[in-house]
Design a protein around this ligand. Structure first.
Ligand code: NAP
Ligand code: GDD
Length: 354
């Protein structure tokens, strides 16, 4: 008889984390379902790049659309739900605060309430964030699970709402709802609007003469940057822990945007001062100046620690973008571009058809 395959439902499977997590869970022999919402141009490039588009079942739903979400959860009947879906760009949350609140706040409430009504035993992972801290820092210069939250953006506030839901539903109903307070994590599959990928993609384009300058905002902000696949390993571990809990996931090291810029241009053999310009347009109305995470609880309780250093991270991202643009200029298709979008839609199911 075949061993029971655990079933995982991932929301945000077309995003950076959801895609890496889907790959990891497939390697762990899970049956993987992914929630995909309707957008005008299907967004399967990460799943294509990782070679897993035909290995997972995609279900059409939206976090803010209860009937579709409820049907997706009911039909896929998961043991574990990983909620990676969000309006995740802090800058956009100032432009679209209500959309951010609906998706990141009420969208999460929708998931938890559906599970409470359907099958309380389903384990739920929530993607909390270091943005919750705003400019709150411990005396020793780090943030951990005890540091007070002081959100500085509509994004962070929406995430505080969902973070507190985890605590409330554990206490009120004994539900298994865990939250990873993840500090920034990046990769070759990071969205192009986030500062790290914006830099590495621009470095590659400048190197090949396709771009003249790189416009950035605040160069002095400090972030604790890790590598996304390292972090998805511990996301899984958090749901295997014996009880629902909160964990800070970070590297305990931080660097400024300026340092990231210097390192990225150096790898490509370029002098950053010739190309980088600061523009007010890219500055936030209210900034989070400093993030540095103390992950000692995750190390102690889960035996986890990050594997990829800052320099390794910058190098792998720059090399990936150099390689991608080099291939493009040689007339080869971007390895992660979908060959045919409409073909890919064949993988998308309505929950009722499962
Ligand atoms: P991402 O690349 O922006 O992916 C976000 C995903 O959410 C995409 O798949 C997106 O779908 C989906 N989504 C957005 N709104 C939705 C809705 N209403 N219904 C269904 N799906 C929706 O983000 P990420 O970097 O992978 O981050 C994953 C999660 O971790 C997010 O919750 C983020 O806030 C949180 N987080 C990220 C970091 C980080 O450094 N990466 C750190 C801390 C916490 P489309 O493809 O259709 O847009
Ligand atoms: N995006 C962007 N673009 N950021 C810039 C730029 C620019 O041109 N110039 C400077 N920055 C600064 C931002 O002001 C911020 O201080 C820092 O670079 C990092 O910005 P992002 O890469 O956009 O990430 P974030 O820290 O705001 O948010 C990310 O990490 C959070 C966890 O701390 C996102 O992934 C969030 O979803 C996540 O919760």
């Amino acid at each position: 008889m075949d061993a029971y395959k655990k079933r995982a439902l991932i929301t945000g499977v077309t995003g950076q984390d959801g895609a890496f997590l889907a790959k990891l869970l497939l390697e762990k022999n899970y049956e993987v379902f992914g929630v995909v919402r309707r957008i005008s141009t299907p967004n399967f490039w990460r799943l294509n790049h990782l070679g897993i588009l035909d290995k997972i079942t995609l279900v059409s739903a939206d976090l803010t659309d209860v009937p579709s979400l409820s049907e997706a959860i009911r039909r896929t009947n998961p043991d574990e739900i990983y909620n990676m879906a969000a309006q995740s760009f802090v800058g956009s949350s100032f432009d679209q605060p209500i959309h951010s609140a609906l998706t990141n706040g009420l969208g999460v409430l929708n998931i938890i309430e559906i599970v409470r009504n359907l099958k309380e035993s389903v384990k739920i992972y929530l993607a909390s964030t270091s943005e919750l801290y705003g400019d709150s820092i411990n005396l020793d210069g780090v943030q951990n699970e005890e540091t007070p939250f002081k959100p500085n953006s509509p994004y962070a506030l929406s995430k505080l709402y969902s973070h507190e839901l985890a605590r409330i539903y554990r206490k009120a109903y004994g539900m298994f709802v865990s939250a990873g307070i993840l500090f920034n994590h990046e990769s070759e599959l990071r969205g192009l609007e986030f500062v790290t990928r914006k830099i590495t993609n621009s470095v590659a384009k400048i190197k090949f003469g396709l771009q003249d300058e790189l416009r950035l905002g605040n160069l002095e902000a400090k972030r604790d940057w890790g590598y996304a696949p390292d972090y998805m390993e511990v996301v899984w571990q958090i749901l295997q822990y014996h009880k629902p809990d909160d964990f800070v996931i970070a590297t305990n090291e931080n660097h400024s945007v300026r340092e990231f810029v210097e390192e990225a241009f150096k790898i490509a053999g370029l002098d950053w001062k010739l190309y980088v310009r600061v523009h007010a347009q890219h500055k936030r109305p209210y900034e989070v100046p400093y993030l540095k995470g103390d992950y000692s609880k995750a190390k102690r309780e889960l035996g986890w620690k990050p594997k990829t250093s800052f320099k390794e991270l910058v190098k792998l991202m720059v090399e990936s973008d150099l390689n991608r643009w080099d291939n493009h200029l040689k007339g080869k298709i971007f390895s992660w571009d979908a060959p045919n979008h409409s073909e890919n839609l064949n993988y998308l199911y309505r929950a009722k058809d499962l």
